[in-house]
Design a protein around this ligand. Structure first.
Ligand code: AMP
Length: 485
């Protein structure tokens, strides 16, 4: 989504989770639970839209799901047997209430609400054209561009209007929509972001990840296919394939960091994928050591895989305090720095006098690793060898994973050796790009002619045009309105 506000006009990034239910008398309660399970995908704001046969009901708020959808009163007002929901995560600057999703609009054909996970890479170009044409935007998210495209479409019938709208989009989008009759799920033609379909008795459910099905006891049916649009209504499920089929490019970083380890995405357990990546990391970058220690929580499965492959003991040398959000939430560098201390504590028992392999999933700015290495050394570690279960992150993501602009990525400016010195480790090594693809089931490593995943953050190989970026419009101010919330 495009986010724009006084502090952060040039950022084009957000991470999100989506959920939808068709045909359940407690649909809003199920959506609340589903969003709760998807909370790791977005902690800044949450919203639900429900339809009761007469009216749409909406509740959107800044903060976490549990803080805002926590009373029978709120859930009770979201009446109806169908609903969609969204959790949103933006990391710098103020969040703006008018950008909190789902976005609702009254169209000539009736009401429609949309929630999106992913980023469009041509939203600013589309928006500029529409604004020049006299269309008025209420928010600064790219999801509103989709709403305008649907409104403008000359096709008849909701499904055809939506199909017409999405053919104009570039980038990554997993969408859930709700109209008076239907709940609809859509994945972009490359399937960059996840979206899964499930069933709960006579109801259908859509979610970013399967962990959202587990919480409500729904059965997983299948992944929505790349480029597929699934329409859920009183006739059951209808599948549309509006795009020519092409090889998918699912985001490999979902497997490395973003998705929950207890989810199954693209037919694969995220947990097993992380363990295989960790094992490959050990084979490629093994070092004499006494103990393997994960950076909790995201480094845990990779560290387990590493320890097993290296035949080294796995120890919880760092304990995480779970009662604070992810470090990345803090906008200022000093606070992020402080956040790491608040969040982690060394476990001396496991570290003192040891040669430690410290495993994390990624180095972005290097803030986390620098603090943790210092902490592990102060707890008596004799040597610290940092091992990272992704290749160096030296390109920004334009598809919905938060990464800072390129200049702020440690790997974009420094060699691995310089990074090691910066972080203060005895040695630093990353999994290779081929090793990563091998661990993900490509025996020959990364096939550059036809890569199985989007790995642009490591390779710079962006699978869609970057229209907004290439036209230098990323820094354009989208709105003069400042909201104080
Ligand atoms: P940094 O301190 O900037 O190097 O960030 C690296 C840490 O942030 C690692 O421990 C990762 O688990 C975590 N991380 C990586 N990517 C993201 C992201 N997009 N959002 C939030 N946290 C992230």
């Amino acid at each position: 989504m495009i986010t724009s506000n006084s502090l952060d006009d040039d950022k084009l990034r957000e991470e999100c989770g989506v959920f939808g239910v068709f045909n359940h008398e407690d649909s809003a309660a199920l959506t609340t639970l589903g969003l709760h399970a998807l909370q790791h995908r977005g902690q800044e704001a949450a919203g639900i839209v429900a339809y009761d046969g007469d009216h749409f009901h909406i509740h959107r708020a800044k903060g976490q799901v549990g803080d805002n959808f926590n009373t029978p009163d709120v859930i009770g007002r979201l009446r109806g047997h169908m609903s969609i929901g969204h959790v949103r995560y933006s990391t710098t600057g103020d969040s703006i209430l008018r950008n909190v999703q789902p976005l609702f609009a009254d169209f000539a054909f009736g009401g429609l609400a949309v929630a999106q996970n992913g980023n469009l890479t041509n939203a600013r170009a589309l928006r500029a054209r529409m604004v020049a044409d006299g269309q008025l935007f209420q928010s600064t998210t790219d999801t509103e561009v989709i709403i305008h495209l649907i409104a403008k479409s000359r096709s008849t019938g909701l499904v055809d209007r939506i199909v017409d709208a999405i053919t104009h989009l570039e980038g990554a989008y997993s969408l859930v929509l709700i109209s008076r009759k239907k709940v609809i799920g859509i994945r972009d033609p490359l399937g960059i972001r996840p979206l899964v379909l499930g069933k709960l008795e006579d109801s259908f459910v859509l979610a970013s990840e399967t962990c959202a099905f587990d919480i409500i006891g729904a059965d997983f049916i299948r992944d929505i296919a790349p480029g597929e649009m699934v329409v859920l209504d009183e006739n059951g499920i209808e599948s549309h394939r509006p795009f020519p089929q092409q090889p998918s490019r699912f985001c490999i970083f979902e497997f490395i960091y973003f998705a929950r380890p207890d989810s199954n995405v693209e037919g694969r357990s995220v947990y097993n994928a992380r363990k295989s990546i960790g094992a490959q990391l050990a084979r490629e970058t093994g070092v004499p050591a006494d103990v393997v220690v994960p950076v909790p929580d995201s480094g845990v499965p990779a560290a387990m895989g590493y320890a097993e492959a290296a035949s080294l003991p796995f120890e919880l040398g760092i304990i995480r305090n779970h009662y604070i959000g992810r470090t990345f939430i803090e906008p200022a560098d000093q606070i992020r720095h402080l956040g790491v201390k608040l969040k982690h504590n060394p476990n001396r028992e496991a570290l003192n006098g040891k040669r430690v392999v410290l495993v994390d999933d990624s180095i972005v700015r290097g803030t986390t690793s620098t603090k943790l290495v210092e902490m592990v050394r102060r707890a008596g570690a004799r040597e610290v060898h940092m091992r990272i279960s992704s290749p160096p992150t030296d390109h920004s993501c334009f598809y919905g994973i938060d990464t800072p602009e390129r200049e702020k990525l440690l790997a974009a400016k420094h060699s691995v050796q310089e990074m090691a010195a910066h972080i203060g480790v005895d040695s630093l090594a990353f999994i290779s790009i081929h090793g990563l693809h091998r661990a993900m089931g490509e025996p020959g490593g990364r096939n550059s002619a036809m890569p199985q995943f989007c790995d642009a953050c490591f390779t710079g190989d962006y699978p869609t045009p970057l229209t907004d970026h290439d036209h230098g419009s990323m820094g354009d101010q989208l709105s003069l309105l400042e909201e104080t919330v």
